[in-house]
Design a binder for this molecule. Structure first.
Ligand code: PMP
Length: 389
């Protein structure tokens, strides 16, 4: 059976983790894999998460099955954080717990495949490397368009506008809700308004990927574009991840929300989401969602979580400022948001930065701003200069 398989390349970012660990130099900086790091270089368990785990340890009295929708109280309690308090948005949305944002994207892709297999998915590049494979593996056609010019660090709005204008009604537009991965380049509110107009004019369906809420400018501000788009359109999908903003990466916590035109269509979407979850993973892993639910049910834990998330956000933006201060031509890094910025650089230069300077970033030139300390800014800029970038 397996003779017919072709081997696939290993994930290059995971290889980078191993290479960094094996590097014996004391001066080395890990800007590679996309996880938050604190001032000690650790990816800690958040204080509110520890408190919730303690609470669950003492009070959870059963681990019996919950069903394919997972923990619906978790799904409901996230709703005001993502969508605000508007009762209208609540009535037009259904959600289901998923294994991380990846599970939400996968389930959303399968829902689209079930509802409208001819729908194309428009994807601006560069994007998170898993986007195209996830939609492709649900047998959807992915149409990529150039989204960003890395040399000028500007959005190619014209290219996006053309791609959306030439799409067919019912096609899907993948949008990063905030903290674009890998570029950190988010739209201005004015650009978001123009996108909303294009979506409405061409009857396109936004699929918003919200994986970093709270790590750009804070929870409310990071949700503003999503809320604005949902006000404008009839139908939408939202893939949400709690893995970054609750630091729950390996627990795999996320949700897929669907907004539909009426309760009849909403009900159909909901039953299909449950059926698709059933054949994929039967039901999602509970522990992470139980932690998030516990935090959101408890005012004290919620306040702890919000305060620590704000600290994380400030630290990343502080690192952005220190790099921008160290090199005027990197001023764009200060404006960008989220864990990542993407320098225009060849794979060879990325390899030289590792070998000569102990600075680890993805081959694409993507750097995780949480991986540095403000004091590293000078060394990073000197290495970039030495290699002519
Ligand atoms: N979307 C984007 C843009 C991401 O960067 C990631 C994670 N790197 C995901 C989705 C998936 O998140 P999760 O780890 O929760 O599956």
């Amino acid at each position: 059976m397996f003779e017919e398989l072709n081997s696939r390349p290993a994930d290059s970012l995971l290889a980078l983790i191993k290479a960094f660990q094996a590097d014996e130099r004391s001066r080395k900086i890990d800007l590679g894999v996309g996880v938050y790091r604190d001032a000690m270089g650790r990816t800690p368990v958040m204080r509110a998460v520890k408190a919730a785990e303690q609470f669950l340890l003492e009070t959870q009295d059963s681990k019996k099955y919950l069903g394919p929708e997972g923990d619906l109280q978790f799904v409901r309690l996230l709703q005001p954080i993502i969508f605000g308090q508007s009762p209208a948005s609540e009535q037009r949305l259904v959600g289901i717990q998923t294994p991380g944002g990846s599970g939400a994207l996968r389930l959303g892709a399968e829902l689209i495949q079930t509802a409208k297999p001819s729908a194309k998915v428009l994807l601006g590049t560069p994007s998170w490397p898993n986007h195209a494979p996830i939609f492709g593996s649900a047998r959807l056609a992915v149409r990529e368009y150039p989204f960003v010019d890395l040399t000028s660090q500007q959005v190619k709005f014209e290219s996006m506008s053309e791609a959306l204008s030439s799409a067919n009604p019912g096609d899907v537009v993948l949008l990063h809700g905030c903290c674009h991965n890998p570029t950190g380049i988010d739209f201005t509110m004015e650009e978001w308004r123009r996108i909303a107009e294009l979506l409405v004019a061409h009857r396109l369906v936004p699929f918003i990927d919200l994986a970093y809420q709270g790590l750009g400018d804070g929870l409310e501000q990071d949700a503003a574009p999503t809320r604005m788009i949902l006000e404008a359109v009839d139908e939408a999908l939202i893939a949400y991840s709690c893995d970054k903003n609750f630091g729950l990466y390996r627990e795999r916590v996320g949700a897929l929300y669907v907004m539909a035109r009426n309760s009849n269509e909403l009900g159909k979407a909901q039953s299909n989401m449950a059926a698709l979850a059933r054949v994929n993973w039967s039901m999602p892993p509970d522990h992470g969602a139980a932690i998030v639910r516990t935090i959101l049910e408890n005012a004290e834990m919620s306040a702890m979580w919000r305060a620590e998330l704000d600290e994380m956000c400030e630290r990343v933006n502080g690192n952005r400022a220190s790099l921008a201060d160290a090199a005027p031509d990197l001023a764009f890094i200060r404006r960008q948001r989220g864990l990542f910025s993407n320098l225009a650089m060849s794979k060879d230069i990325a390899a030289v930065l590792r070998a000569r300077h102990g600075i680890y970033m993805a081959d694409s030139g993507r750097m995780n701003l949480a991986g540095m300390q403000p004091a590293d800014a000078g060394a990073i800029v000197a290495a970039l200069r030495a290699e002519g970038c």
